[in-house]
Design a protein around this ligand. Structure first.
Ligand code: ACM
Length: 265
């Protein structure tokens, strides 16, 4: 199975331009699963709620329709972060990710751990930590800051997730490149960290995104990593079956040896 990510620098407030750039890349890439960054169409650095509502969209919507067509045409699974407008109406938006399968099925995850001023603009996730099965492989989604919470990855892994797809807009350098390798080791899963690069300046605010997207294997080895400033598509071949083996030694299993009788969490 070939899995990859597209690291790039979305332009704030230009969803059409960002979609065009993503489509151009997706049509060129050869992979079974491709992961894009968090909020890949809207950009990240919102300064008022009105902008969030203008730049978010429902599922289905033009963005999901376009990516769905590509997933079907190329026989590929695509995971992307996006600003989701609540399809039930009202003024609620979520920092979400969707997964679209080669059959055209769309599954949503809504970020459970909102970072910093995201709390002013987005509703916290209300869909739990779902795991989706695509062509027999179990896939879980997390978004950026979720990586700080080991419970999030564990919850996905305990449901059988073999690959964790992690759209991100990382602003605190170097941490996620370490934590996600650790999460790979402690859960024995593959991890696709799809970060963005570039900077955004809005009013008196500025964020610089740290790049260094990477894929780690169930032993925490980095299989491929992008540069800090680089834009591009990166992919590796993986065997997702390896993530089913939770043994550390013939007598130790990461999951069977858990002492749930004594943990408080
Ligand atoms: C983040 O959660 N985008 C830092």
């Amino acid at each position: 199975m070939k899995v990859g990510f597209y690291q790039f620098s979305p332009v704030f407030g230009e969803p059409k331009k960002n979609l065009e750039k993503i489509v151009e890349q997706l049509l060129k890439c050869d992979a079974d699963l491709v992961v894009l960054p968090e909020l890949a169409f809207s950009g990240y650095l919102f300064i008022e709620k009105k902008e969030v509502l203008t730049l978010s969209e429902t599922i289905p919507g033009p963005i999901s329709d376009t990516l769905r067509e590509i997933a079907i045409k190329k026989g590929m699974t695509i995971v992307t972060g996006f600003a989701e407008l609540n399809s039930a109406g009202g003024d609620k938006a979520y920092n979400s990710a969707f997964l679209v399968t080669p059959e055209g099925d769309i599954k949503i995850y809504r970020k459970n751990h909102l970072f910093h001023e995201e709390k002013l603009f987005f509703e916290p996730g209300d869909l739990g930590f779902p795991v989706f099965t695509v062509k027999g492989v179990k896939i879980g989604l997390l978004i950026c800051f979720d990586h700080f919470f080991p419970e999030a990855a564990r919850t996905l892994a305990l449901q059988g997730a073999q690959i964790i797809c992690h759209p991100s807009n990382l602003v605190i350098p170097f941490k996620a490149q370490l934590t996600t390798r650790t999460r790979s080791i402690e859960n024995k899963v593959f991890w696709i960290l799809a970060n963005r690069t570039g900077s955004e300046v809005r009013g008196d605010k500025k964020f610089t995104y740290s790049g260094l997207s990477q894929i780690s294997d169930p032993d925490g080895r980095i299989m491929v990593q992008a540069g800090e400033l680089e834009e591009g598509f990166f992919a590796v071949d993986i065997n997702p079956e390896l993530a089913k083996n939770k043994s550390i030694t013939p007598l130790c299993s990461l999951f069977q040896d858990r002492r749930t009788d004594i943990y408080q969490i």
